[in-house]
Design a protein around this ligand. Structure first.
Ligand code: UD1
Length: 384
């Protein structure tokens, strides 16, 4: 059992609020970098659980170091496995953690298998679930992330929706109770890291022998692209044609993509190892265009004023399409080449306040604290 700051048993008659937060994959480390310190500042006692979904140094440790995230209190070490096995292992591990800690709430981020397992573990044990980045929908259930989002939202008690569209999506599914629009935590981190990114960019460009605005920055790793041989080949062909058109193409590859690229590499495309947060931001911020299937990178390109081309058939970040900051091209090689050459940053830029004011994590932490205190007063137990 975890004890309070004064060393007393904080379970019975305790005063300090306690949450278990669950992270496991790269984008969640970034989000925790903003919310963990904010929760601590708000007086919430956090037990940070790393599921071990991402475990390689460049996929995990480098984010904890680079973003000064406190070391996890619990490491489940589940590693890679098919969806059911991976989710099941996390669920089993979390059950023990929740039993031992008896928190006021479980905090989960985004849409990964770690999110889903955290939400199910909390809901099954009647511990309120807090979903950060709720209400996102691509409306494509072939994406494992979409299933994870929908299920997580429906078992959550407090849903932090980053945008007005996310709030509307939830309302259409009958979810209005506990929904709070707060802005985006990744934007929060991007704003906080901007001075460091600006200071490091020229050194990082030099190290990679790149000139600003002379290259495309690429990441492709999502299951709908990697697990479909035809789509994968089609994307590689598009990227090779972009390189052949004279625009350098730099691709820091996720391990799943790296394994596939061992078999066949797109000609002219420069493949690098997966990068830490700071280097990623420097290289994407100085790129002419970002080509990606990542949800996080679509936003980060917009935060850094770089046009994005999304290699998917649907995106959950529809506001970026509406604002002309992002173009959806699927896996069609011709569409990839055309969009990469035509991509321009529109003069209107990022709509003001679309992703909040850059202080979202404090707003979320305060809302968690207020709701947990209210729940203690009114229910002494599960549900809000
Ligand atoms: C997960 C998320 C995805 C998110 C991505 C961020 C789900 C369903 N998907 O996808 O939404 O965009 O994280 O990066 O949760 N691997 C390693 N080393 C690692 C991690 C993974 O080698 O440290 C390899 C393994 O071969 C593994 C594969 O990558 O089988 C996929 O990893 P997994 O955790 O299943 O999902 P991601 O593709 O990373």
């Amino acid at each position: 059992m975890k004890t309070g700051g004064d060393g007393t048993d904080t379970c019975a008659g305790r005063t300090s609020l306690r949450v278990v937060s669950v992270v496991g994959a790269r984008p969640q480390f970034v989000k925790a970098a903003a919310l963990s310190p904010a929760m601590r500042r708000a007086g919430i006692d956090e037990t940070l659980v790393h599921t071990g979904q991402h475990y390689d140094w460049e996929m995990s440790a480098t984010f904890f170091e680079g973003l000064s995230i406190p070391a996890p209190d619990v490491y489940l070490g589940v590693g890679s496995a098919p969806h059911g096995a991976q989710t099941g292992r996390i669920l089993e591990g979390l059950e023990h953690v929740l039993e031992e800690n008896a928190p006021d709430a479980v905090v989960v981020y985004g849409d990964t298998n770690s999110t889903l397992a955290g939400a199910l573990a909390g809901a099954k044990m009647q511990i309120p679930v807090v979903h950060v980045e709720a209400g996102l929908r691509s409306f494509d259930r072939r994406m494992p992330e979409e299933v994870n989002r929908v299920v997580t939202d429906h078992v959550s008690s407090l849903l932090f929706a980053p945008t007005a569209t996310a709030v509307r999506n939830l309302a259409k599914e009958g979810l209005t109770r506990g929904v709070v629009r707060t802005g985006d935590v990744m934007y929060n981190v991007a704003v906080a890291m901007t001075p460091a990114v600006e200071a490091a960019t020229s050194e990082v460009l030099e190290r990679f022998c790149l000139r600003a605005r002379s290259y495309a920055f690429v990441t492709v790793h999502r299951a709908e692209n990697t697990n479909d041989a035809q789509r994968w080949r089609s994307i590689l062909s598009g990227l090779a044609q972009v390189a052949a058109s004279g625009l350098a193409v730099v691709w820091p590859a996720h391990p799943r993509a790296s394994a596939l690229l061992e078999e066949a590499r797109p000609s002219g495309v420069r493949i690098e190892r997966a990068l830490p947060y700071l280097e990623t931001q420097c290289l994407l911020g100085a790129a002419r265009v970002v080509l990606t299937d990542s949800g996080g990178l679509q936003k980060e390109a917009a935060f850094r004023g770089v046009p994005c081309v999304t290699l998917r058939d649907a995106t959950e970040w529809v506001e970026l399409l509406d604002a002309g900051l992002n173009t959806l091209v699927g896996a069609d090689p011709e569409a990839i080449v055309r969009a990469a050459s035509e991509a321009r940053w529109p003069s209107a830029g990022l709509p003001p306040a679309l992703f909040g004011d850059g202080r979202t994590s404090s707003a979320i932490a305060e809302a968690i604290s207020a709701n947990l205190l209210m729940a203690r007063e009114h229910t002494h137990g599960a549900g809000w």
